[in-house]
Design a protein around this ligand. Sequence first.
Ligand code: TLP
Length: 350
Amino acid sequence: MTAPVPARTVDLRSDTVTRPTPAMRRAMAEAEVGDDVYGEDPTVARLEAAVAQLTGKEAGLFVPTGTMGNQIALAAHTRRGVEVIAPVGAHIYEYELGSMANLAGLMPRLVPAAGGVPDPADVRAAVSPGRHQAPTGLIVLENTHNKAGGTVVPLDVARAVAEVARDAGVPLHLDGARAWNAAVALGVPLAEVCAPFDSVSLCLSKGLAAPIGSVLVGDETFLAEAHRYRKMYGGGMRQVGVLAAAGLIAVHDMVERLADDHRRARWLAEALQGVDGIAVDLHTVQTNMVYLTVADARGFVPLLEREGLLCNAMGTTAIRLVTHLDVDDDDVAFAAEAVRRAAAVRLTAA
Ligand code: TLP
């Protein structure tokens, strides 16, 4: 017997699934371009300058992905054989396929991070002086923290960790794939979220809906080194202003609407309170993600799919639902109903 085809599909797998807006497509078609490996693409230069300005940093570097932005930063800040301190669940550790070890010869040292927020005292305790151990070469935070639920790192924690980094004489990098979400949730300018960090990698292809691209920001000396690694890692691109043009729309026109994604995630989380067999910790629902805790996440995803809801299992008991530009209030209401129906099916089958 073939499974019934759902009447419609709502895709909450990630905020990366959005399509470029009509304004982005127009800007892409009309973009002024040049060979960016020669530093001759005026649209890329405008995007890099815009993100540098918005983050309060000296300069920016356009890279194809968030993973490359992070990995360039890790390599450019360190030397082989040192440790990188990061919060438990960090994307650089969980989801970048071991690149820090493979590409840059780095060892991760994870510190506890309830709700994605490490205690600065734990970070300080994790710093290695390096006489008999691998020395600490870099500290990394993630804001918002994806695996913890899209949670926001409070500014005072980021500042306290920056003090630890300063005392240890090592740089501090932010995986700011969703730093704009953090800024909107905190109600502060992006530059305030980025201020404690020596470098930040920000994604244009997540909630801001650009088809591709991240910008790595920092000071000129760091950026010169980052530029060298971008070429080494195969990220030197040519007439890439066609993509940077969409990025400019993302950073100028798509930030305010992130509040809608946050509101919808909150609505969804509240709508799912009390559904049998599903737990949603409202405390972690701070931006555009809702994590469901279920007995068997990988078994539950296909049931949701049959009800027309696409989502990802993030481990054995966690399912992630992410709101984004291409879903509206009605889609989110449909998603809540799909979860209820799938939960009922599972309970009947049990
Ligand atoms: N994350 C993806 C998956 O890899 C899990 C997603 O759907 O959320 N930092 C953070 C915090 C991220 O969440 C991601 C993407 C990245 C970096 C990497 O960005 P890309 O996919 O552009 O390499």
